[in-house]
Design a binder for this molecule. Structure first.
Ligand SMILES: *Cc1c(COP(=O)(O)O)cnc(C)c1O
Length: 357
């Protein structure tokens, strides 16, 4: 299957950024993968080409109705030169679940993974080696049919771009301050909150900006109906350790089924730490905090892996968590997960996939 991918290598290699100046999602590698869809033809012309701008008709549906999907995952270079991906099959499965929700035709998951591996091998010199750095992978789909009628597009492009990245938070694994949003909502059950699609982010930017202005780095979202139950934090799933049990919101239909989230749950179960997926009312969380029972809180996602929460603000009431420091479980989860991802620790769950096998 991989052999059917056409490859065009660039003759103009870009200058690579310095490892300590990577930032997040600013620099892109020399090549990209692209594949087209047309009704009657299906997905066709899978190809790797020099990284370049894409030309679209101004009437392309993605610009008007937001029919677009994305994914995010990382590749790591181990100390002995192997290149590893973390559970990439999960990302392509989720891509197709998002596609299904947005009316986009499914992509061959096996072909997508082969294409990704091939692209990474071609651009492997771009994978940073310094610890904390990695190659961020952004697969995405856009509706390209030039027509303003409101219906699902008959043409699409599937593209994969690669970006060498440093730490998502420049300050590293340090607790962040989170603002509990009680006015705006991100998603509702039956909507598109479960899909990794641009609209959810567009809906979140204003609240994120308000939180930033008040000195908070992310927003904690409450459910869209009652503004009572905890959903997610920014673009991460969220966990709370209360009285020795780790709680995370159940997948209710309006939050994203994070791959980091499910890996964390698996790790906690493996360690025999009690973990519960349930509805968590913000009021109960604040009561637990005031009674000294909220021991740790953290967000989880591919970009930051684990992001400890040091302070929460809900309607101007503030609670400090673990004295504003990174908790023991948060640190252990971060060390274990990043250790497995970088090939520095054993991989008992078979999560890692070798790129150059
Ligand atoms: C991507 C994403 C996450 C995290 O998912 P991972 O698979 O762990 O990276 C959580 N919430 C939202 C809204 C997201 O878009």
């Amino acid at each position: 299957m991989a052999s059917s991918i056409d490859v065009q290598i660039t003759t103009k290699k870009k200058q690579k950024p310095l490892q300590h100046e990577l930032g997040f999602g600013i620099h892109f590698t020399d090549h990209m993968f692209i594949m087209n869809y047309a009704e009657g033809k299906g997905w066709h012309e899978p190809r790797i080409v020099p990284y370049q701008p894409i030309v679209l008709d101004p009437a392309a549906k993605v610009f008007h109705y937001g029919q677009t999907i994305f994914e995010g995952l990382k590749a790591y270079k181990t100390s002995d030169g192997q290149v590893l991906l973390f559970r990439p099959d999960r990302n392509f499965k989720r891509l197709n679940r998002s596609n299904e929700r947005l009316g986009v035709p499914a992509i061959d998951e096996e072909l997508a993974l082969q294409a990704l591996k091939k692209l990474i091998v071609i651009d492997q010199d771009w994978i940073p080696t310094a610890s904390e750095n990695s190659l961020y992978i952004r697969p995405f789909v856009i509706a390209t049919e030039p027509a303003l009628g409101v219906d699902a597009s008959t043409q699409y492009q599937f593209i994969i771009i690669l970006s060498p990245v440093g730490n998502y938070y420049p300050e590293g694994v340090n607790p962040v301050k989170i603002y509990v949003e009680s006015e705006y909502v991100r998603a509702v059950r039956g909507g598109i909150g479960e899909a990794k699609t641009a609209g959810n982010y567009a809906a979140s930017l204003k609240a994120q900006e308000n939180a930033k202005e008040q000195g908070y780095s992310q927003v904690l979202w409450l459910d869209g109906v009652h503004r009572k139950y905890i959903e997610e934090v920014g673009s991460m799933n969220v966990f709370f350790k209360i009285n020795g049990t780790v709680h995370t919101p159940a997948l209710s239909g309006s939050i994203l089924d994070g791959i980091t989230r499910s890996s964390i749950i698996q790790l906690l179960k493996h360690w025999e730490v009690p973990v519960e997926e349930s509805m968590i009312a913000i009021e109960d969380l604040f009561n637990a905090a005031k009674n000294g029972q909220l021991e740790e809180a953290f967000g989880t996602g591919t970009a930051a892996v684990i992001s400890p929460i040091g302070e929460l603000n809900w309607k101007d009431e503030k609670v400090l968590i673990n004295g504003g420091n990174t908790g023991e479980i948060s640190q252990k989860l971060y060390d274990t997960l990043t250790g497995i991802q970088r090939g520095a620790l054993p991989d008992p769950f078979g999560w890692m996939v070798q790129v150059n096998d």
